[in-house]
Design a binder for this molecule. Structure first.
Ligand SMILES: Nc1nc2c(ncn2[C@@H]2O[C@H](COP(=O)(O)OP(=O)(O)OP(=O)(O)O)[C@@H](O)[C@H]2O)c(=O)[nH]1
Ligand SMILES: [K+]
Ligand SMILES: [Mg+2]
Length: 452
């Protein structure tokens, strides 16, 4: 599928399907000492290399216990499991051999050296196994991105989302939109074909137009839903408010460490200090900022400027104020803003107009605040349907919506409308890598480690 489209567009001299490629080898498990390490080979020389190192080739897809030897000196390297996974039904579409050995540095180095001594075998580049899987059509681009995210996932909800994307859920959703578009295109084409005849089936153009309208709505709704991207990148919370309200104290409490300096003097914090939390499986980035006030101090002024930027970029602003000295929020938040009154332990403290009353010092109300934060992060970062996880997806989908809107806004001749639909379908194809993938490939694969 991806293969043909991809190779038709390639004229950069890189190898195409069917041409012999180098056989690659790498340590596929993490570097360092471990109980077991996996050295993996992919390519036409994987079989001969396995013969040379492990003796007779094991039966396909069955783990066999073998003695591994150096093909040059015959010296025993280690004993372990050998796997033979012949292509094209393998992960890369090529012949794959795996050596499961003991995970010591010297053992791994010797096994790699043994593989490299086989003619035609070289070390893999970062992400090269996955790149071959992609080129062989075993994975599409959105799935590869999901796999990259899976390796990077730090929380449970991120892991689940990445696994769904790498298993093709996003691709299937995009593909369903593309098929509907192609259906609308077919209606338009039919309207063009019949236009010279008397018995034009009634309403072809109208039916196409209705489907385009529904599609534009569905795609716009997907665009407006930023939850999947939030989950991938983290839900951003900004702590802002007047000086000395206890913003840095609250950050330290949430982070459970002294991440920010707390002091009696107002104007203590200048730089933005971020801490990463895992709230109910959602990654949350909390930013402590400089207290907002008029000041003659240049460094503090810059701090105040950064506070306002943080507030604008945040998914949630916590306006922290002194419960004994309430202050109206003086900041522009592009999303939700909670007023939280701190220092409830002090005389004269009252909740007033605040949404929460807390004391960082005594702990009062803090548990409730964290529960509310967890709820907000969950709501802001997880949905049922798998959504767009990257700016790249968003850009392609916006361009598709723009083309559809153009179709809807003007009474265009069928030929022009069909051309716009083709453009929209092409944009959707970019998400799964059916169209125009060259520019993203190198950047994406470089983000993988060697052996993946
Ligand atoms: N009594 C009381 N004091 C608190 C509480 N939270 C923080 N403080 C004190 O308030 C003072 C200021 O705290 P910070 O955390 O530095 O306040 P901030 O908002 O980060 O201040 P700037 O960075 O200067 O804007 C410190 O002396 C804290 O110990 C609280 O719940 N109760
Ligand atoms: K302070
Ligand atoms: Mg501070």
């Amino acid at each position: 599928m991806t293969e043909t489209a991809l190779f038709r567009d390639r004229d950069d001299g890189s190898p195409s399907a069917g041409e012999p490629r180098d056989t690659i080898v790498a340590l596929s498990t993490a570097a360092g000492r471990a109980a077991v390490a996996v050295v993996r080979l992919s390519g036409s020389r994987a079989g001969p290399a396995l013969d040379a190192i492990a003796g007779a080739r094991p039966a396909p897809r069955r783990a066999s216990y073998r003695t591994f030897r150096s093909p040059t000196g015959g010296e025993v390297i280690d004993r372990g499991l050998a796997l033979w996974l012949p292509g094209p039904g393998s992960a890369t579409g090529e012949d794959i051999a795996e050596l499961h050995i003991h995970g010591g540095r010297a053992v791994v180095a010797a096994a790699l050296e043994a593989a490299l001594s086989v003619p035609g075998v070289r070390m893999a580049e970062p992400g090269e196994f996955t790149r071959r899987a992609f080129l062989a059509g075993r994975m599409d681009l959105a799935e590869v991105e999901g796999l990259a995210d899976l390796i990077e996932a730090e929380t449970e909800a991120q892991r689940r989302q990445a696994l769904r994307q790498s298993s093709g859920e996003l691709s299937a959703r995009v593909e369903a939109w593309r098929e509907r578009l192609i259906g609308a295109m077919a209606l338009l084409e039919a309207a063009i074909d019949f236009s010279d005849e008397d018995d034009v089936p009634a309403g072809l153009r109208e039916r196409a137009q209705e489907e385009i309208g529904r599609l534009a709505q569905d795609l716009s709704a997907a665009l407006a839903d930023t939850r999947a991207e939030r989950l991938r990148d983290g839900f951003r919370v900004a702590l802002v408010g007047p000086p000395n309200a206890g913003k840095s104290s609250l950050l330290n409490l949430l982070a459970r460490r002294e991440a920010a300096i707390v002091a009696d003097a107002p104007g203590t914090t200048r730089d933005v200090i971020e801490t990463h939390l895992d709230l109910g499986g959602v990654p949350v980035i909390v930013a402590d900022t400089a207290g907002l006030r008029e000041t003659a101090d240049a460094a503090e002024q810059e701090g105040v400027r950064r506070s306002t930027l943080q507030a604008r970029a945040a998914d949630l602003v916590i306006w922290l104020e002194d419960a004994a000295d309430p202050t109206q929020p003086s900041i522009e938040a592009s999303s939700a803003l909670w007023r939280v009154a701190n220092k409830a332990d002090l005389a004269g403290a009252k909740k007033g107009e605040a949404d929460h009353l807390i004391s960082v010092r005594s702990g009062l109300g803090v548990e409730e605040l964290i529960a509310a934060l967890t709820e907000a992060a969950r709501a802001g970062a997880s949905g049922e349907a798998i959504g767009l996880t990257r700016a790249r997806h968003r850009d392609a989908l916006s361009a598709a919506v723009a083309a559809l809107r153009e179709c809807l806004d003007h009474p265009l001749p069928e030929e022009l409308a069909a051309e716009l639909l083709r453009r929209a379908a092409g944009e959707l194809g970019r998400i799964t890598g059916k169209v125009g993938v060259e520019d993203v490939l190198d950047r994406l694969f470089a983000s993988f480690c060697i052996g993946k």
